[in-house]
Design a protein. Sequence first.
Lengths: 320, 290
Amino acid sequence: MTRQDLLPGLALVAAIALPLVAPGYLVDVGMLVFFLAFIGQSWNISGGFAGQTSFGHAVFFGTGAYTSTILQITFGWNPWLAWPAAMLAGAIVGWIIAVLSFRAGLRGSYFALITLAFAEAFRILANSLPFTHGGLGMLIKADPRPANFQFRDPIWFYYLALGLCIVSLLIAWQLTRGRFGARLVAVRENEDAARALGIDVFAEKVKALSLSGAIAAAGGTFYAQKYLYIDPNIAFGVDKSIEMLLVTMVGGAGTIFGPLLGAFALTGINEATRALASVVPALKNVQPLSLIVYGVMLILIVGRLPDGLTVLFRRIRRHA
Amino acid sequence: MLDPGILFAGVLNGLLAGGVYVLVAVGLTLIYGVLHIINFAHGSLLMLAMYAVFFLWRLSGLDPYAALPIVIAAAFAFGYLLYRLVIGRLSHGRDENILLITLGVSIVIDNVALLLFGGDTQTVETPYASSFVRLGAAFLPLPKLISFAASLLICAALGIFLAKSDTGKAIRAVARERQGARLVGIDVDNVFALSYGIGIACLGAAACLLMPTYYVTPSSGNAFVLVAFTIVVLGGMGSFAGAAIGGLIIGVVESLGGLLLGEQLGQIGISAIFILILLLRPSGLFGARQ
């Protein structure tokens, strides 16, 4: 075992120990990082590994958030039970969108745009249908009991997000060494060549988007339980889709740790601008600065560094 | 059921709104036809041009229609430089990479606007804002009529420019066959930048025509981007006639959707058309079948 192989283990120990030593504020920030990394990994499976760039992943996130919330509020389900149901709903929506789009032969930019349109259609439906309570959104009654998927101490949401993040990393790790992941990468690199090798390109892309949809939906339920409120813009808005895409693209699409690195960077920049805004009153409106920085990073990374921030780590490794 | 008079007025109002959409979509389809770039920053650049119109009015009292030449020229220069300095340099390889670059540009523009202008809704007040023209049972807002006519005139002027001028011929040559154009001595990179500039100049014009009746916020781009793509996909990517007819159709669909399904659900028409066209006939109504 080399020194570099110890790095993930050390990071894990630090992540587990953090709430014991750090102030509550940092625990919240850490929870956000792991949560973002988790939903980013969902984008990474279809967008990174399988190369199907999506502009509308909020459609899965929102499906998960609304499915578990409706099951809970309207039908009285326990949220822990509603969670897998939400994931199933996300997988089904992913399956439907994939079958329709890939059957029609949509690729590249056209696939990206149709996912955007699906998310927009879901947002409008959630805004106007009675069972989603329309634009008012849905409020989950606060009843902080662990059996209820609500916790009085935010540490538990932190550990839950950490656990989700680790599971997503394990899935990505499995993709880099298993056959399914290898087939996805073959599809990404050259669909015709992949087909010539006997890969069922259509089926692999459908599987990737269904898996991705289930994971994003799990993130949606987590979000709803953490904040106890969702509305059409939070759940299906373009901002969520862009966030999932950004952390992954900036961190490194198609890599295991890309979404986590990207989530660290985005949350870090975000918190830094927020701190700056609270210290210097003249800069109280600098909030958009983090997204400006991130937009520039996206442009530079797509144009110059397709492997994202993970490249920097690989360079450090090479010199270590 | 709805009264036919209201329906008639709805169709007319939709056509008027669609007239300005045509201009937005023509810019998008020109950029696609020549550069084969799907310009996701289109909505954000329109929003920026609308702010330009707003600030010209706020700071110097310039009427939005009178601002047309200034905003068109400024938008052209901005688009030309944006292509030369950013998009042209970094856009290479897969088409979704180019899409991501223009997404990055739109994220930067949206948030710079939010940083500089704040999130408030801004409108321009003109003396003719509430003037109406009566046509049968329908009362049509005068500024929308003016904008409709101006939009179609500008599109016609652009069509003549592309058909007759040397630059226009070079642009069409590059759109048709870029290698061949290069071989006969056309500076293809310059034509790319010019075409991008002209596409954005169309947005400058559209901004002037929209501001008398619309408002602008930093997120206005989001509202227009899907509309513009829907029109272009409906008409067929790269087709001018398609963009023109698609713009009018989408204007009517939006207007009738609002009337028949209500303010909220009515917006679903645009996304539904977009999805159905891509799934059933990706080459659009007027494009050649793939």
